[in-house]
Design a protein around this ligand. Structure first.
Ligand code: NAD
Ligand code: 4PL
Length: 249
């Protein structure tokens, strides 16, 4: 398939895990990927594997100045923006007794403020000078918003915010031909998860899944690519759960 030929896609958190798999999938279908991440080396490795003129930008999505610079790079380089995938997030494992306001604010600033800052700048660019071609925004949420998964209270709250924001932003941007949808992965074997206590939850999660096995980043990317494609133009404000049927809603 060639669904992203001549298209430009920003993927945040593209240095590893689900973000890297999404970047690879969009690039395999022709996209020029802007791999944005705090991890500059990881983002550079993703971009060079992508080809199609893809490039990396070191960016903290919670920092308004970084987000502005990222969009200036896109404007000065490819000069157009078709797709934004808001994937960057902190995936914590923190017992409830250790959740304090500092932790709460840190999670919110990356997982929710970051999605806002990116959506603000990218939607402005999608509507800007010489654009008006519409666009696609896909927000990576989590099935923890349905399951209320333990040891992640601030994270679950931040992702609940992403789900609600997805619905509101779909309303705001629909008149401009920009769709906004969310994907809610279940537990997935990313580098981040495999380096944390979440890795010990696979057996329990698999018991709840309709389809058995261990979720991989490559299992999430096709749903994102579909929602980012031209043919998904009639789908907006929706949440697509991609978790082997762990939760049904
Ligand atoms: P990961 O920890 O393996 O990778 C996250 C990437 O985001 C890293 O490259 C990191 O450097 C980057 N990042 C973190 N903070 C950033 C910031 N402030 N600015 C820019 N980049 C930043 O994570 P993952 O497991 O691949 O998760 C990716 C997305 O999928 C996240 O939104 C996460 O909430 C969601 N998700 C993951 C799972 C899972 O089980 N892995 C399940 C559901 C949802
Ligand atoms: C089911 O989003 O969806 C653990 C860690 N378990 O980050 C997640 C499940 C985790 C999840 C998630």
């Amino acid at each position: 398939m060639d669904r992203f030929k001549d298209k430009v896609a920003i993927v945040t958190g593209a240095a590893q895990g689900i973000g890297r798999a999404i970047a690879s999938r969009l690039a395999a279908e022709g996209a020029c990927v802007v791999a944005a991440d705090l991890d500059a080396d990881g983002a550079a490795a993703t971009a060079s594997a992508c080809g199609n003129g893809s490039f990396a930008v070191r960016c903290d999505v919670s920092d308004p100045a970084d987000v502005r610079l990222l969009h200036e790079r896109v404007a000065a380089g490819p000069g157009r923006l078709d797709v934004l995938v808001n994937n960057a997030a902190i995936v914590p494992w923190v017992a409830w007794d250790d959740v304090d306001l500092d932790h709460w604010r840190r999670i919110m600033s990356v997982n929710l403020d970051g999605v806002f800052l990116m959506a603000r700048a990218s939607s402005d660019m999608m509507r800007g000078r010489g654009q008006g071609r519409g666009g696609r925004i896909v927000n990576i949420c989590s099935n923890t918003v349905f399951a209320g998964t333990p040891n992640m209270a601030a994270y679950v709250a931040s992702k609940g915010g992403v789900l609600g924001f997805t619905r509101a932003l779909a309303t705001e941007l629909g008149p401009h031909g920009i769709t906004v949808n969310a994907v809610t992965p279940g537990l997935t074997a990313s580098e981040g998860v495999m380096a944390s206590p979440h890795k010990d939850a696979f057996e329990f999660v698999e018991m709840l899944q309709a389809v058995k096995g261990r979720g991989q980043p490559e299992d999430i990317a096709p749903a994102v690519a579909f929602l980012a494609s031209d043919e998904a133009r009639w789908i907006t404000g929706q949440t697509l759960n991609v978790d082997a049927g762990m939760v049904r809603w």
